[in-house]
Design a binder for this molecule. Structure first.
Ligand code: UN1
Length: 509
Protein backbone atom coordinates (compact mmCIF):
# COMPACT_ATOMS: atom_id res chain seq x y z
CA UNK A 1 0.00 0.00 0.00
CA UNK A 2 2.95 2.33 0.69
CA UNK A 3 3.84 2.17 -3.03
CA UNK A 4 0.37 3.27 -4.01
CA UNK A 5 0.34 6.09 -1.45
CA UNK A 6 3.71 7.20 -2.80
CA UNK A 7 2.43 7.28 -6.37
CA UNK A 8 -0.23 9.73 -5.23
CA UNK A 9 2.28 11.82 -3.18
CA UNK A 10 0.58 10.76 0.02
CA UNK A 11 3.46 9.42 2.07
CA UNK A 12 4.46 11.32 5.16
CA UNK A 13 5.74 13.80 5.96
CA UNK A 14 2.77 15.44 4.32
CA UNK A 15 3.46 18.90 3.07
CA UNK A 16 2.27 21.65 5.28
CA UNK A 17 -0.33 23.89 3.83
CA UNK A 18 -1.75 26.66 5.83
CA UNK A 19 -2.58 28.57 2.67
CA UNK A 20 -2.94 25.86 0.06
CA UNK A 21 -5.60 23.36 -0.78
CA UNK A 22 -5.04 20.94 2.01
CA UNK A 23 -4.82 21.59 5.68
CA UNK A 24 -3.56 18.33 6.98
CA UNK A 25 -0.86 20.03 9.00
CA UNK A 26 -3.06 22.66 10.51
CA UNK A 27 -3.83 22.65 14.20
CA UNK A 28 -7.27 21.11 13.84
CA UNK A 29 -8.32 17.74 15.19
CA UNK A 30 -6.11 14.77 14.20
CA UNK A 31 -7.69 11.82 12.46
CA UNK A 32 -5.82 8.51 12.61
CA UNK A 33 -6.81 6.46 9.61
CA UNK A 34 -6.62 2.72 10.18
CA UNK A 35 -7.62 0.32 7.44
CA UNK A 36 -10.64 -1.78 8.38
CA UNK A 37 -9.02 -4.56 6.34
CA UNK A 38 -6.12 -5.29 8.71
CA UNK A 39 -6.33 -2.52 11.31
CA UNK A 40 -2.99 -1.02 10.24
CA UNK A 41 -2.40 2.73 10.24
CA UNK A 42 -2.57 4.32 6.77
CA UNK A 43 -1.70 7.78 8.06
CA UNK A 44 -2.72 10.71 10.17
CA UNK A 45 -4.44 13.82 8.95
CA UNK A 46 -5.36 17.07 10.63
CA UNK A 47 -8.63 18.78 10.00
CA UNK A 48 -8.75 22.31 8.61
CA UNK A 49 -8.99 25.18 11.06
CA UNK A 50 -11.68 27.84 10.64
CA UNK A 51 -9.09 30.26 9.20
CA UNK A 52 -7.76 27.61 6.85
CA UNK A 53 -11.27 26.88 5.66
CA UNK A 54 -11.88 30.54 4.83
CA UNK A 55 -8.61 30.71 2.90
CA UNK A 56 -9.61 27.75 0.78
CA UNK A 57 -12.96 29.42 0.07
CA UNK A 58 -11.18 32.61 -1.03
CA UNK A 59 -8.89 30.61 -3.28
CA UNK A 60 -11.90 28.86 -4.83
CA UNK A 61 -13.68 32.20 -5.39
CA UNK A 62 -10.66 33.52 -7.30
CA UNK A 63 -10.40 30.33 -9.35
CA UNK A 64 -14.09 30.64 -10.27
CA UNK A 65 -13.42 33.98 -11.98
CA UNK A 66 -11.05 32.21 -14.41
CA UNK A 67 -12.93 28.94 -14.78
CA UNK A 68 -16.30 30.47 -15.69
CA UNK A 69 -14.74 32.35 -18.61
CA UNK A 70 -13.73 29.09 -20.31
CA UNK A 71 -16.37 27.95 -22.83
CA UNK A 72 -18.27 24.93 -21.50
CA UNK A 73 -16.82 22.51 -24.12
CA UNK A 74 -13.31 23.63 -23.07
CA UNK A 75 -14.23 22.85 -19.47
CA UNK A 76 -15.46 19.51 -20.78
CA UNK A 77 -12.03 18.93 -22.25
CA UNK A 78 -10.46 19.31 -18.78
CA UNK A 79 -12.93 16.77 -17.43
CA UNK A 80 -12.04 14.49 -20.34
CA UNK A 81 -8.37 14.72 -19.33
CA UNK A 82 -9.30 13.94 -15.73
CA UNK A 83 -11.25 10.87 -16.92
CA UNK A 84 -8.25 9.72 -18.94
CA UNK A 85 -5.98 10.05 -15.90
CA UNK A 86 -8.48 7.99 -13.91
CA UNK A 87 -8.25 5.28 -16.56
CA UNK A 88 -4.48 5.20 -16.05
CA UNK A 89 -4.82 5.13 -12.26
CA UNK A 90 -7.82 2.80 -12.06
CA UNK A 91 -6.00 -0.14 -10.50
CA UNK A 92 -4.12 1.94 -7.91
CA UNK A 93 -7.04 4.13 -6.94
CA UNK A 94 -9.43 1.16 -6.82
CA UNK A 95 -6.98 -0.70 -4.57
CA UNK A 96 -6.60 2.29 -2.26
CA UNK A 97 -10.39 2.69 -2.01
CA UNK A 98 -10.73 -1.00 -1.24
CA UNK A 99 -8.02 -0.89 1.43
CA UNK A 100 -9.15 2.33 3.09
CA UNK A 101 -12.90 1.66 2.97
CA UNK A 102 -12.99 -2.14 3.05
CA UNK A 103 -15.11 -2.82 -0.05
CA UNK A 104 -14.12 -5.65 -2.38
CA UNK A 105 -11.47 -4.85 -4.98
CA UNK A 106 -14.05 -5.46 -7.71
CA UNK A 107 -16.24 -2.80 -6.11
CA UNK A 108 -13.26 -0.47 -5.59
CA UNK A 109 -12.47 -0.76 -9.30
CA UNK A 110 -16.18 -0.37 -10.07
CA UNK A 111 -16.21 2.85 -8.10
CA UNK A 112 -13.36 4.28 -10.18
CA UNK A 113 -15.20 3.10 -13.32
CA UNK A 114 -18.23 5.04 -12.12
CA UNK A 115 -15.99 8.15 -11.96
CA UNK A 116 -14.73 7.51 -15.49
CA UNK A 117 -18.31 7.05 -16.72
CA UNK A 118 -19.50 10.32 -15.18
CA UNK A 119 -16.54 12.13 -16.75
CA UNK A 120 -17.57 10.80 -20.17
CA UNK A 121 -21.16 11.85 -19.49
CA UNK A 122 -20.04 15.32 -18.41
CA UNK A 123 -17.86 15.80 -21.50
CA UNK A 124 -20.90 15.23 -23.73
CA UNK A 125 -23.03 17.36 -21.45
CA UNK A 126 -20.60 20.27 -21.82
CA UNK A 127 -22.05 20.74 -25.33
CA UNK A 128 -25.64 20.21 -24.24
CA UNK A 129 -26.38 22.68 -21.45
CA UNK A 130 -29.51 23.64 -23.34
CA UNK A 131 -31.92 26.41 -22.47
CA UNK A 132 -35.43 26.63 -23.89
CA UNK A 133 -36.77 29.33 -26.15
CA UNK A 134 -40.42 30.39 -25.69
CA UNK A 135 -42.83 32.34 -27.85
CA UNK A 136 -43.55 35.71 -26.34
CA UNK A 137 -47.15 36.93 -26.19
CA UNK A 138 -45.89 40.33 -27.37
CA UNK A 139 -45.10 41.08 -31.05
CA UNK A 140 -41.42 41.30 -32.01
CA UNK A 141 -40.34 39.92 -28.67
CA UNK A 142 -38.35 36.83 -27.95
CA UNK A 143 -38.12 34.84 -24.72
CA UNK A 144 -35.44 32.40 -23.77
CA UNK A 145 -33.82 30.90 -20.77
CA UNK A 146 -30.13 30.42 -20.23
CA UNK A 147 -28.08 28.70 -17.58
CA UNK A 148 -25.19 30.24 -15.70
CA UNK A 149 -22.76 28.74 -13.21
CA UNK A 150 -23.41 29.23 -9.50
CA UNK A 151 -19.87 29.66 -8.11
CA UNK A 152 -18.49 27.34 -5.45
CA UNK A 153 -20.21 23.99 -5.09
CA UNK A 154 -19.56 22.46 -1.66
CA UNK A 155 -19.52 18.68 -1.76
CA UNK A 156 -19.86 16.60 1.41
CA UNK A 157 -19.34 12.90 0.74
CA UNK A 158 -19.59 9.75 2.83
CA UNK A 159 -17.10 6.97 3.58
CA UNK A 160 -19.00 4.27 1.69
CA UNK A 161 -18.29 5.78 -1.73
CA UNK A 162 -15.11 7.68 -0.92
CA UNK A 163 -14.54 8.90 -4.49
CA UNK A 164 -17.42 8.17 -6.92
CA UNK A 165 -20.11 10.32 -5.34
CA UNK A 166 -17.74 13.29 -5.30
CA UNK A 167 -17.02 12.66 -9.00
CA UNK A 168 -20.78 12.61 -9.85
CA UNK A 169 -21.00 16.06 -8.35
CA UNK A 170 -17.65 17.46 -9.40
CA UNK A 171 -17.65 16.40 -13.07
CA UNK A 172 -21.12 17.88 -13.61
CA UNK A 173 -20.44 20.99 -11.51
CA UNK A 174 -17.20 21.67 -13.42
CA UNK A 175 -18.69 21.53 -16.92
CA UNK A 176 -21.45 23.80 -15.64
CA UNK A 177 -18.70 26.34 -14.82
CA UNK A 178 -18.53 25.92 -11.06
CA UNK A 179 -15.54 25.25 -8.89
CA UNK A 180 -15.74 22.51 -6.27
CA UNK A 181 -14.83 22.45 -2.61
CA UNK A 182 -14.90 18.91 -1.27
CA UNK A 183 -15.19 17.74 2.31
CA UNK A 184 -14.68 13.99 2.06
CA UNK A 185 -15.51 11.68 4.93
CA UNK A 186 -12.89 11.99 7.66
CA UNK A 187 -12.92 8.16 7.65
CA UNK A 188 -11.60 7.88 4.08
CA UNK A 189 -9.49 10.98 3.33
CA UNK A 190 -6.60 9.24 1.55
CA UNK A 191 -8.70 8.02 -1.38
CA UNK A 192 -10.04 11.55 -1.67
CA UNK A 193 -6.59 13.10 -1.53
CA UNK A 194 -5.46 10.76 -4.30
CA UNK A 195 -8.24 12.15 -6.53
CA UNK A 196 -7.20 15.68 -5.65
CA UNK A 197 -3.62 14.88 -6.63
CA UNK A 198 -4.78 13.53 -10.00
CA UNK A 199 -6.91 16.59 -10.71
CA UNK A 200 -4.14 18.89 -9.49
CA UNK A 201 -1.84 17.52 -12.19
CA UNK A 202 -4.50 18.00 -14.87
CA UNK A 203 -5.07 21.61 -13.80
CA UNK A 204 -1.34 22.29 -13.67
CA UNK A 205 -0.83 20.85 -17.17
CA UNK A 206 -3.45 23.29 -18.43
CA UNK A 207 -2.19 26.31 -16.47
CA UNK A 208 -5.41 26.50 -14.53
CA UNK A 209 -5.75 27.47 -10.86
CA UNK A 210 -5.77 24.68 -8.25
CA UNK A 211 -8.81 26.23 -6.59
CA UNK A 212 -11.02 24.75 -9.33
CA UNK A 213 -10.80 21.56 -7.30
CA UNK A 214 -10.16 22.10 -3.63
CA UNK A 215 -10.60 20.15 -0.48
CA UNK A 216 -10.92 20.53 3.25
CA UNK A 217 -10.48 17.70 5.67
CA UNK A 218 -12.68 17.80 8.72
CA UNK A 219 -15.59 16.48 10.72
CA UNK A 220 -18.92 18.02 11.67
CA UNK A 221 -17.49 21.46 12.47
CA UNK A 222 -16.08 21.89 8.98
CA UNK A 223 -19.33 20.58 7.48
CA UNK A 224 -21.20 23.21 9.50
CA UNK A 225 -18.87 25.95 8.29
CA UNK A 226 -19.47 24.91 4.73
CA UNK A 227 -23.23 24.92 5.23
CA UNK A 228 -23.14 28.35 6.88
CA UNK A 229 -20.86 30.08 4.35
CA UNK A 230 -22.84 32.43 2.07
CA UNK A 231 -20.06 32.24 -0.54
CA UNK A 232 -21.01 28.63 -1.21
CA UNK A 233 -24.31 28.88 -3.12
CA UNK A 234 -24.86 25.13 -3.39
CA UNK A 235 -24.04 22.37 -0.91
CA UNK A 236 -24.45 18.83 -2.21
CA UNK A 237 -24.39 16.45 0.74
CA UNK A 238 -24.41 12.67 0.83
CA UNK A 239 -24.66 10.86 4.14
CA UNK A 240 -27.02 10.24 7.03
CA UNK A 241 -30.44 11.81 7.38
CA UNK A 242 -29.26 13.40 10.64
CA UNK A 243 -26.40 15.13 8.82
CA UNK A 244 -28.65 16.13 5.91
CA UNK A 245 -31.23 17.74 8.19
CA UNK A 246 -28.53 19.80 9.84
CA UNK A 247 -27.06 20.88 6.48
CA UNK A 248 -30.53 21.69 5.10
CA UNK A 249 -31.39 23.78 8.14
CA UNK A 250 -28.18 25.80 8.05
CA UNK A 251 -28.14 26.30 4.26
CA UNK A 252 -31.89 27.00 4.33
CA UNK A 253 -31.45 29.79 6.88
CA UNK A 254 -29.33 31.66 4.34
CA UNK A 255 -31.62 30.58 1.46
CA UNK A 256 -28.82 28.69 -0.23
CA UNK A 257 -29.38 25.61 -2.38
CA UNK A 258 -28.87 21.99 -1.39
CA UNK A 259 -28.79 18.64 -3.10
CA UNK A 260 -29.36 15.97 -0.47
CA UNK A 261 -28.75 12.26 -0.94
CA UNK A 262 -29.41 10.72 2.46
CA UNK A 263 -30.51 7.49 4.06
CA UNK A 264 -32.22 4.65 2.26
CA UNK A 265 -34.20 1.65 3.50
CA UNK A 266 -34.51 -0.22 0.28
CA UNK A 267 -36.81 -3.18 -0.29
CA UNK A 268 -37.13 -5.90 -2.89
CA UNK A 269 -40.58 -7.35 -3.45
CA UNK A 270 -40.50 -10.95 -4.64
CA UNK A 271 -43.90 -11.82 -6.09
CA UNK A 272 -45.42 -15.21 -6.74
CA UNK A 273 -44.40 -14.69 -10.39
CA UNK A 274 -40.73 -14.03 -9.70
CA UNK A 275 -37.91 -15.98 -11.30
CA UNK A 276 -35.87 -16.92 -8.24
CA UNK A 277 -32.81 -17.69 -10.35
CA UNK A 278 -32.60 -13.96 -11.03
CA UNK A 279 -33.84 -12.79 -7.68
CA UNK A 280 -31.40 -14.66 -5.43
CA UNK A 281 -28.11 -13.21 -6.78
CA UNK A 282 -29.64 -9.71 -6.91
CA UNK A 283 -30.87 -9.97 -3.32
CA UNK A 284 -27.55 -11.29 -2.06
CA UNK A 285 -25.46 -8.65 -3.86
CA UNK A 286 -27.87 -5.94 -2.69
CA UNK A 287 -27.76 -7.08 0.93
CA UNK A 288 -24.12 -8.06 1.43
CA UNK A 289 -22.28 -6.10 -1.30
CA UNK A 290 -20.12 -3.35 0.27
CA UNK A 291 -20.98 -5.19 3.52
CA UNK A 292 -24.43 -3.60 3.42
CA UNK A 293 -22.97 -0.10 3.53
CA UNK A 294 -24.43 1.38 0.35
CA UNK A 295 -27.24 3.85 0.64
CA UNK A 296 -28.87 1.58 -1.97
CA UNK A 297 -28.21 -1.68 -0.07
CA UNK A 298 -31.16 -4.06 0.16
CA UNK A 299 -32.39 -3.98 3.74
CA UNK A 300 -35.89 -5.44 3.42
CA UNK A 301 -37.20 -8.41 1.50
CA UNK A 302 -40.97 -8.55 1.02
CA UNK A 303 -41.85 -12.03 -0.19
CA UNK A 304 -45.15 -13.49 -1.40
CA UNK A 305 -46.27 -16.11 1.12
CA UNK A 306 -46.19 -18.84 -1.57
CA UNK A 307 -42.49 -18.27 -2.22
CA UNK A 308 -41.36 -17.62 1.35
CA UNK A 309 -40.11 -21.06 2.41
CA UNK A 310 -38.26 -21.84 -0.78
CA UNK A 311 -36.67 -18.39 -0.87
CA UNK A 312 -35.50 -18.57 2.75
CA UNK A 313 -33.99 -21.98 2.07
CA UNK A 314 -32.15 -20.90 -1.08
CA UNK A 315 -31.03 -17.62 0.46
CA UNK A 316 -29.62 -19.29 3.57
CA UNK A 317 -27.70 -21.79 1.49
CA UNK A 318 -26.27 -18.96 -0.68
CA UNK A 319 -25.27 -16.99 2.45
CA UNK A 320 -23.39 -20.10 3.68
CA UNK A 321 -21.30 -20.03 0.49
CA UNK A 322 -20.20 -16.41 0.97
CA UNK A 323 -16.55 -16.05 1.73
CA UNK A 324 -15.73 -13.23 4.09
CA UNK A 325 -12.26 -11.79 4.45
CA UNK A 326 -9.66 -9.44 3.04
CA UNK A 327 -11.49 -7.56 0.27
CA UNK A 328 -8.28 -7.24 -1.75
CA UNK A 329 -8.37 -11.00 -2.20
CA UNK A 330 -10.76 -11.42 -5.11
CA UNK A 331 -11.96 -14.79 -3.80
CA UNK A 332 -13.79 -13.02 -0.97
CA UNK A 333 -17.29 -11.68 -1.48
CA UNK A 334 -17.60 -9.61 1.70
CA UNK A 335 -15.08 -7.40 3.43
CA UNK A 336 -15.16 -5.62 6.78
CA UNK A 337 -17.41 -2.88 8.08
CA UNK A 338 -15.80 0.57 8.16
CA UNK A 339 -14.94 0.52 11.89
CA UNK A 340 -15.76 -0.96 15.28
CA UNK A 341 -18.50 1.57 15.83
CA UNK A 342 -20.26 0.13 12.77
CA UNK A 343 -19.83 -3.35 14.29
CA UNK A 344 -21.53 -2.11 17.46
CA UNK A 345 -24.41 -0.73 15.40
CA UNK A 346 -24.73 -4.16 13.72
CA UNK A 347 -24.96 -5.91 17.10
CA UNK A 348 -27.32 -3.31 18.50
CA UNK A 349 -29.69 -3.56 15.53
CA UNK A 350 -29.80 -7.37 15.71
CA UNK A 351 -30.47 -7.32 19.45
CA UNK A 352 -33.19 -4.72 19.00
CA UNK A 353 -34.76 -6.80 16.23
CA UNK A 354 -34.80 -9.86 18.51
CA UNK A 355 -36.37 -7.80 21.32
CA UNK A 356 -39.03 -6.59 18.92
CA UNK A 357 -39.97 -10.13 17.88
CA UNK A 358 -37.55 -10.84 15.02
CA UNK A 359 -35.97 -14.27 14.55
CA UNK A 360 -32.39 -14.64 13.34
CA UNK A 361 -32.37 -17.12 10.43
CA UNK A 362 -28.68 -16.71 9.63
CA UNK A 363 -25.67 -14.77 10.89
CA UNK A 364 -25.48 -12.60 14.03
CA UNK A 365 -21.78 -13.11 14.59
CA UNK A 366 -18.69 -10.92 14.87
CA UNK A 367 -15.80 -12.76 13.25
CA UNK A 368 -12.62 -13.24 15.24
CA UNK A 369 -9.20 -14.76 14.66
CA UNK A 370 -6.34 -14.17 12.25
CA UNK A 371 -7.82 -12.82 9.03
CA UNK A 372 -10.27 -10.72 11.06
CA UNK A 373 -7.80 -8.99 13.38
CA UNK A 374 -9.16 -5.49 12.65
CA UNK A 375 -12.30 -6.52 14.54
CA UNK A 376 -14.54 -5.14 11.79
CA UNK A 377 -15.73 -8.35 10.11
CA UNK A 378 -19.26 -9.64 10.72
CA UNK A 379 -21.39 -12.42 9.35
CA UNK A 380 -24.13 -11.18 6.99
CA UNK A 381 -27.43 -11.70 8.76
CA UNK A 382 -30.98 -12.60 7.77
CA UNK A 383 -33.78 -11.82 10.22
CA UNK A 384 -37.37 -12.95 9.90
CA UNK A 385 -39.28 -9.79 10.71
CA UNK A 386 -42.58 -8.06 10.61
CA UNK A 387 -43.00 -4.71 8.86
CA UNK A 388 -44.39 -3.11 12.02
CA UNK A 389 -41.15 -3.59 13.98
CA UNK A 390 -39.56 -0.17 14.60
CA UNK A 391 -36.06 -1.42 13.74
CA UNK A 392 -37.22 -2.38 10.24
CA UNK A 393 -37.95 1.28 9.55
CA UNK A 394 -34.46 2.30 10.61
CA UNK A 395 -31.41 2.30 8.33
CA UNK A 396 -28.50 0.35 9.84
CA UNK A 397 -25.34 0.49 7.71
CA UNK A 398 -24.57 -3.24 7.99
CA UNK A 399 -25.35 -6.48 6.14
CA UNK A 400 -28.66 -7.17 7.87
CA UNK A 401 -31.61 -8.25 5.77
CA UNK A 402 -35.14 -8.23 7.23
CA UNK A 403 -37.41 -10.69 5.50
CA UNK A 404 -41.21 -10.58 5.71
CA UNK A 405 -44.24 -11.98 3.86
CA UNK A 406 -47.29 -10.54 2.11
CA UNK A 407 -50.44 -11.81 0.45
CA UNK A 408 -51.51 -9.10 -2.04
CA UNK A 409 -49.35 -6.80 -4.16
CA UNK A 410 -51.12 -3.75 -2.69
CA UNK A 411 -49.99 -4.90 0.73
CA UNK A 412 -46.41 -5.42 -0.52
CA UNK A 413 -46.30 -1.93 -2.03
CA UNK A 414 -47.69 -0.45 1.19
CA UNK A 415 -44.93 -2.20 3.16
CA UNK A 416 -42.35 -0.95 0.66
CA UNK A 417 -43.55 2.63 1.12
CA UNK A 418 -44.25 2.58 4.84
CA UNK A 419 -40.78 3.71 5.97
CA UNK A 420 -39.41 7.23 6.42
CA UNK A 421 -36.84 6.80 3.63
CA UNK A 422 -37.46 6.70 -0.15
CA UNK A 423 -34.31 5.94 -2.11
CA UNK A 424 -34.42 2.64 -4.00
CA UNK A 425 -36.83 -0.25 -4.54
CA UNK A 426 -37.29 -3.30 -6.77
CA UNK A 427 -39.84 -5.86 -7.76
CA UNK A 428 -39.08 -9.31 -9.08
CA UNK A 429 -41.89 -10.55 -11.29
CA UNK A 430 -42.47 -11.88 -14.78
CA UNK A 431 -46.03 -10.54 -14.73
CA UNK A 432 -46.46 -7.22 -16.52
CA UNK A 433 -49.49 -6.23 -14.43
CA UNK A 434 -47.44 -6.54 -11.27
CA UNK A 435 -44.43 -4.67 -12.64
CA UNK A 436 -46.58 -1.85 -14.04
CA UNK A 437 -48.50 -1.56 -10.75
CA UNK A 438 -45.18 -1.23 -8.93
CA UNK A 439 -44.02 1.52 -11.35
CA UNK A 440 -47.34 3.39 -11.38
CA UNK A 441 -48.09 6.50 -9.29
CA UNK A 442 -49.75 4.19 -6.77
CA UNK A 443 -46.66 2.02 -6.71
CA UNK A 444 -43.23 2.56 -5.20
CA UNK A 445 -42.70 6.03 -3.73
CA UNK A 446 -38.92 5.84 -4.13
CA UNK A 447 -36.58 7.84 -6.36
CA UNK A 448 -35.42 4.56 -7.92
CA UNK A 449 -37.83 1.77 -8.86
CA UNK A 450 -36.41 -1.29 -10.65
CA UNK A 451 -37.91 -4.39 -12.21
CA UNK A 452 -36.02 -7.68 -12.11
CA UNK A 453 -32.79 -6.08 -10.93
CA UNK A 454 -31.68 -5.27 -7.39
CA UNK A 455 -31.84 -2.02 -5.46
CA UNK A 456 -28.15 -1.13 -5.70
CA UNK A 457 -25.72 -0.57 -8.54
CA UNK A 458 -27.44 2.28 -10.38
CA UNK A 459 -25.84 3.52 -13.59
CA UNK A 460 -24.64 7.12 -13.79
CA UNK A 461 -26.86 7.96 -16.79
CA UNK A 462 -29.99 8.27 -14.66
CA UNK A 463 -30.69 10.90 -12.03
CA UNK A 464 -29.78 9.43 -8.65
CA UNK A 465 -31.56 10.23 -5.39
CA UNK A 466 -34.76 9.70 -3.49
CA UNK A 467 -37.76 11.08 -1.68
CA UNK A 468 -38.88 11.70 1.92
CA UNK A 469 -35.99 11.40 4.40
CA UNK A 470 -33.66 10.56 1.53
CA UNK A 471 -33.70 14.29 0.94
CA UNK A 472 -35.21 14.80 -2.53
CA UNK A 473 -31.97 15.70 -4.34
CA UNK A 474 -30.85 14.27 -7.66
CA UNK A 475 -27.24 13.78 -8.70
CA UNK A 476 -25.34 12.38 -11.67
CA UNK A 477 -27.16 11.80 -15.00
CA UNK A 478 -30.33 12.86 -16.84
CA UNK A 479 -30.98 16.58 -16.24
CA UNK A 480 -29.56 16.62 -12.68
CA UNK A 481 -27.09 19.25 -14.01
CA UNK A 482 -29.80 21.91 -13.74
CA UNK A 483 -29.40 21.98 -9.96
CA UNK A 484 -25.77 23.06 -10.43
CA UNK A 485 -26.67 26.17 -12.42
CA UNK A 486 -28.82 29.24 -12.10
CA UNK A 487 -31.60 29.71 -14.60
CA UNK A 488 -32.09 33.09 -16.19
CA UNK A 489 -35.23 33.97 -18.15
CA UNK A 490 -34.63 36.68 -20.74
CA UNK A 491 -37.19 38.64 -22.75
CA UNK A 492 -35.90 40.74 -25.67
CA UNK A 493 -37.82 43.41 -27.53
CA UNK A 494 -36.57 43.94 -31.09
CA UNK A 495 -39.60 46.01 -32.23
CA UNK A 496 -40.37 49.72 -32.25
CA UNK A 497 -43.19 49.65 -29.68
CA UNK A 498 -43.18 49.06 -25.90
CA UNK A 499 -46.19 46.77 -25.29
CA UNK A 500 -46.72 45.42 -21.79
CA UNK A 501 -47.56 41.81 -21.01
CA UNK A 502 -51.11 40.85 -20.02
CA UNK A 503 -52.38 43.64 -22.37
CA UNK A 504 -51.89 46.33 -19.72
CA UNK A 505 -52.17 49.87 -21.06
CA UNK A 506 -49.83 52.46 -19.59
CA UNK A 507 -49.97 55.37 -22.08
CA UNK A 508 -48.84 58.93 -21.44
CA UNK A 509 -50.86 60.73 -24.16
C1 UN1 B 1 -24.25 5.46 -2.23
O1 UN1 B 1 -24.29 4.40 -1.60
O2 UN1 B 1 -24.21 6.57 -1.63
O3 UN1 B 1 -26.37 2.68 -6.96
C2 UN1 B 1 -24.17 5.53 -3.70
C3 UN1 B 1 -25.36 2.32 -6.34
C4 UN1 B 1 -24.07 3.06 -6.60
C5 UN1 B 1 -24.03 4.33 -5.84
C6 UN1 B 1 -24.36 4.22 -4.39
N1 UN1 B 1 -23.97 3.32 -8.01
O4 UN1 B 1 -25.37 1.40 -5.54
Amino acid sequence: MKDILKKFNLTSPFYSVSTGQYHWKSTGETFKINSPVDGLLIGEINSATATGFNKVVQQAQTAFLTWRTLPAPKRGDIVRQFGNELRLHKQDLGTLVSYEMGKSLQEGLGEVQEMIDICDFAVGLSRQLYGLQMHSERPQHRMLEQWHPLGIVGIISAFNFPVAVWAWNAAIAWVCGNVCLWKPSEKTPFSALACQEIMKTVLKNNNLPEGISSMVIGGRDIGKQMAANPNIPLVSATGSTRMGKSVAETVGKRLGKTILELGGNNAIIVTENADLKHAIPAIVFGAVGTAGQRCTSTRRLIVHASKYDVLVKQLSSTYKQLSIGNPLNEKNHVGPLIDKDAVNQYTKAINTAIEQGGKVLYGNKILEGTPYSSGCYVLPTIIEANPKMAIVKHETFAPILYIMTYDTLEEAIAINNNVPQGLSSSVFTLNIRESEAFLSHQGSDCGIANVNIGTSGAEIGGAFGGEKETGGGRESGSDAWKAYMRRQTCTLNYGKAMPLAQGIKFDFN
